[in-house]
Write a protein that binds this ligand. Structure first.
Ligand code: ZN
Length: 327
């Protein structure tokens, strides 16, 4: 099975650009730019999470540094091409990359529109070079400024002429922070007005009610992680009935402790309850891993070769990228 998994074509529907770039390149860019490393940060250890983190905030430690790059247009290009190189190694045929764009604008003292145009140009060039179809999902962070972030991203998107490469919106971050109705309204408006699809990180840290909010208020087309869905039969039924696909990230879920060491992975219950799902990697380079390893981990947990064999078809069905043909 491992050989089959390694060699088969795959899609990737949940991966963060910063979590896909090789740690080696991150270190090089930090050194070249003489970035001040936060006190107590060990570059050789703290850029990766390879054992279950004690908390989500300790899992997020690598981002203390990742948010300090790219410091130039050229560095962004290196990051994007390195990310695609890593995808190519895993036989990825199409990818939906996630990024919040705003930090690129801030770091490089350009407006959001310019940062977004840079990123789109690099993704487009790398996509062509590596022959990997691509889409960009704009990520908004949960918090006091979510609505401003979303408005700023959407205004850049409109000013750039609504580029087709942007395929969706994502909400990520601390799930204990309550989201406003106004934010949900803006997500739905963007969905109706621009045809952008919606995926929400929900139910990753134990709260299944966030999945209901994502589906009912944000009109989510897919759910990121959704591990807490198994706590509620009503939520499992909702996902099945509305045909909402869960982005399952087996390795990430273990390392963030979304799924505890002694627990079996919720994907088993997704299978039992006919909830659609795709296998994704989330932040493979942070995990010193790859989506191939996520497939292998999925197989170890479920022993389901049927789902592995159908995965590419399933990923195409639920992808936000238009025109992927199913064979
Ligand atoms: Zn994620």
């Amino acid at each position: 099975m491992e050989n089959l998994i390694t060699e088969m074509e795959k899609g990737e529907l949940h991966v963060h650009l910063n979590g896909l770039v090789s740690s080696k390149l991150v270190k090089k860019l930090l050194e070249n730019n003489i970035v001040d490393i936060p006190q107590g940060f060990d570059l050789d250890k703290d850029l990766n999470v390879i054992k279950p983190a004690k908390s989500l905030s300790s899992y997020l430690k690598p981002w203390d540094l990742l948010r300090l790059i790219p410091k130039s247009r050229a560095d962004l290009t290196l990051i994007v091409f390195d990310a695609f190189e890593n995808l190519r190694k895993c036989n990825i045929g199409f990818v939906e990359l996630r990024n919040s764009v705003l930090y690129i604008a801030l770091l490089n003292k350009v407006n959001v529109e310019v940062a977004m145009a840079w990123l789109l140009e690099d993704i487009s060039r790398a996509s062509e070079y590596y022959k990997i179809k691509a889409g960009l999902i704009l990520t908004v962070t949960r918090g006091d400024y979510s609505l401003e972030q979303l408005r700023s991203l959407l205004s850049a998107y409109i000013n750039l002429g609504k580029p087709g490469l942007i395929v969706g919106l994502d909400l990520a971050g601390n799930e204990d922070i309550r989201v406003s109705d106004a934010l949900a309204y803006e997500f739905v408006r963007a969905k109706i007005e621009f045809g952008l699809k919606v995926t929400i990180h929900a139910g990753e840290t134990g709260n299944f009610k966030n999945i209901a909010i994502a589906v009912n208020n944000f009109k989510a087309d897919r759910i990121g992680h959704g591990t807490a869905a198994i706590k509620s039969k009503a939520i499992l039924d909702l996902l099945k009935e509305k045909d909402i696909c869960v982005e399952v990230c087996p390795i990430s879920n273990r390392l963030t402790n979304a799924v505890g060491e002694s627990e079996s992975h919720p994907v088993i219950e997704f299978i039992n309850n006919e909830v659609p799902f795709v296998i994704c990697s989330d932040n493979p380079s942070i995990h010193r891993s790859s989506i191939t390893q996520d497939y292998i981990e999925f197989y170890r947990e479920t022993k389901s070769s049927i789902h592995i064999k159908q995965m590419l078809k399933t990923q195409k069905k639920y992808s936000f990228i238009k025109g992927l043909t199913c064979r």
